[in-house]
Design a protein around this ligand. Structure first.
Ligand SMILES: *[C@@H]1O[C@H](CO)[C@@H](O)[C@H](O)[C@H]1NC(C)=O
Ligand SMILES: *[C@@H]1O[C@H](CO)[C@@H](O)[C@H](O)[C@H]1NC(C)=O
Ligand SMILES: *[C@@H]1O[C@H](CO)[C@@H](O)[C@H](O)[C@H]1NC(C)=O
Ligand SMILES: *[C@@H]1O[C@H](CO)[C@@H](O)[C@H](O)[C@H]1NC(C)=O
Ligand SMILES: *[C@@H]1O[C@H](CO)[C@@H](O)[C@H](O)[C@H]1NC(C)=O
Ligand SMILES: *[C@@H]1O[C@H](CO)[C@@H](O)[C@H](O)[C@H]1NC(C)=O
Ligand SMILES: *[C@@H]1O[C@H](CO)[C@@H](O)[C@H](O)[C@H]1NC(C)=O
Length: 405
């Protein structure tokens, strides 16, 4: 989705940047507090977590996982995600999948099963590397996300079954199964959570949809027969940059100066209000009953934080959404920018009334937030489905090429 068209050179720059910074002056060397003189090198990502309780996650995964992922973990990344677009890029631009692909297809697997086997292998490798963070943080962080097929988004039962199967196949406690927040998938969130499977709910674009997601999580916890709910974890991925792309377009159609002044403000304003909703839903008697059984809050997570409009600062969606008990998923482009010149201060609730003003003003101009949400849901789901088909297509092409040589 975001940033996949980065030229190779900038990708190399990012990777070598992070790598180099773990060794050079880009990091501020810091003494550990017990006077131990061995230096612990920290980056802005460590500070984000330690000073602001926001966990940085990275949106990219590629083989060889055991070579490519560790530099990011050293630099402070606390979790990682993959999706069909990322996977497609990975298999087409690397030879590291050839042998497994050939073996799988020769052993009679069909393309889609081969796809899942390869994905599961990468996810397991990443889970292994992040397990120390998962253990140290008591299951707060260290997650690796993998999604069920986007083709199941309108199929409640199919999504539930696929989530259970994927969870079992990966077999690590620190895997998040991604389930989209569509009308038909939300009921499966409840079901899957009640079975003790940790879920990353994706494709959340508006507040009403977000509230339904929180309720599904709470319903799932309540329905669970587990005595100890502390092993169940969930995150809710609220999408950022695409909201601005869509709302800005509508503001430009309206064209008045007050409409034009609101460009570039919608996504952050809505996210600020989402955080308020999170605070509100995870307190009070209903929540306290669950908390007594060990339940963890479903953390709010910012997704799609690459800035798509060049007129805006490239760290806008990372800098503006810093606050405790959240996750910021940072794709490669935004990560490089944030590490280079990000600014670090609690921003998510520094001016809630301003965000309310922006949100209400946009509504007053006739833009319906729920419609923006469903419009985006269709666009993104559509693009995920295409990516999924493309991956299978790329695998097929790759296999034909492999057997012809
Ligand atoms: C993701 O990581 C791989 C391996 O380092 C790299 O080749 C790819 O370009 C990265 N993707 C992006 C968008 O930077
Ligand atoms: C921290 O960086 C210094 C150089 O700036 C390097 O010598 C040292 O090995 C690094 N420490 C760790 C723990 O990576
Ligand atoms: C100092 O820290 C290093 C690295 O964290 C550790 O290996 C070492 O045992 C520590 N030494 C003391 C005296 O605490
Ligand atoms: C994490 O904890 C589990 C359960 O205690 C243990 O089996 C596993 O070896 C630990 N993993 C790491 C990397 O420490
Ligand atoms: C989901 O949508 C697809 C394509 O639009 C359709 O073929 C399929 O029957 C639908 N599945 C369900 C369970 O509604
Ligand atoms: C959840 O999924 C979103 C969307 O793919 C991703 O950006 C995010 O990193 C994932 N979150 C976690 C905690 O893995
Ligand atoms: C919050 O934003 C409003 C509207 O933009 C502004 O009038 C007010 O001064 C801001 N408050 C703080 C504390 O920054």
């Amino acid at each position: 989705m975001q940033g996949f068209s980065l030229p190779r050179s900038s990708t190399l720059f990012i990777v070598s940047y992070v790598f180099a910074s773990s060794l050079t002056t880009k990091m501020s060397g810091r003494m550990s507090s017990n006077g131990n003189r061995s230096m612990i090198n920290t980056t802005i990502l460590h500070d984000l977590y330690e000073k602001h309780s926001q966990s940085p996650y990275y949106d990219n995964l590629s083989r060889p996982v055991s070579d490519l992922l560790p530099p990011f973990i050293v630099a402070g990344i606390r979790g990682v995600t993959s999706n069909p677009a990322i996977f497609e890029k990975a298999i087409t631009s690397s030879n590291a999948y050839n042998e497994q692909l050939r073996n799988l297809l020769e052993s009679g697997k069909d393309l889609e099963s081969a796809y899942w086997e390869m994905v599961v292998k990468d996810i397991q490798d990443a889970c292994k590397l992040l397990e120390p963070i998962y253990n140290e943080s008591n299951g707060l962080d260290g997650y690796v996300s993998v999604e069920v097929s986007p083709k199941l988004a309108n199929n409640t039962k199919g999504t539930t079954e696929a989530a259970k199967l994927l969870h079992k196949k990966v077999g690590f406690p620190n895997v998040y199964i991604k389930i989209p927040a569509t009308k038909d998938s939300i009921p499966s969130i409840k079901e899957v959570i009640s079975h003790g499977i940790s879920v990353n709910v994706t494709l959340i674009f508006c507040l009403s949809q977000y509230e339904a997601v929180i309720d599904a999580y709470l319903d799932g916890l309540e329905a669970s027969e587990m005595d100890d709910l502390s092993k169940i974890s969930s995150a809710a991925a609220f999408y950022i940059s695409r909201v601005d792309v869509t709302v800005d377009k509508k503001l430009e159609q309206i064209g008045t100066s007050e409409a034009l002044d609101l460009r570039g403000k919608a996504a952050v304003a809505q996210a600020v209000l989402a955080y308020q909703l999170y605070r509100k839903k995870f307190r009070g008697p209903r929540w306290e009953r669950l908390e007594k059984r060990g339940a963890k809050k479903q953390r709010l997570m910012w997704a799609s934080t690459n800035v798509k409009n060049e007129a805006y600062p490239d760290t806008l969606y990372v800098d503006s959404l810093i606050g405790p008990d959240t996750i910021s998923t940072i794709p490669p482009q935004a990560l490089a920018a944030f590490m280079e010149h990000g600014s670090l201060s609690r921003s998510i609730d520094s001016n809630v009334s301003e965000a309310e003003g922006v949100y209400n003003e946009i509504e007053r101009l006739g833009i319906d937030w729920n419609c923006v949400g469903s419009e985006l849901e269709h666009i993104v789901l559509d693009s995920f489905t295409k990516c999924f088909d493309n991956v299978l297509h790329s695998l097929k092409a790759k296999h034909s090429h492999l057997i012809s040589i």
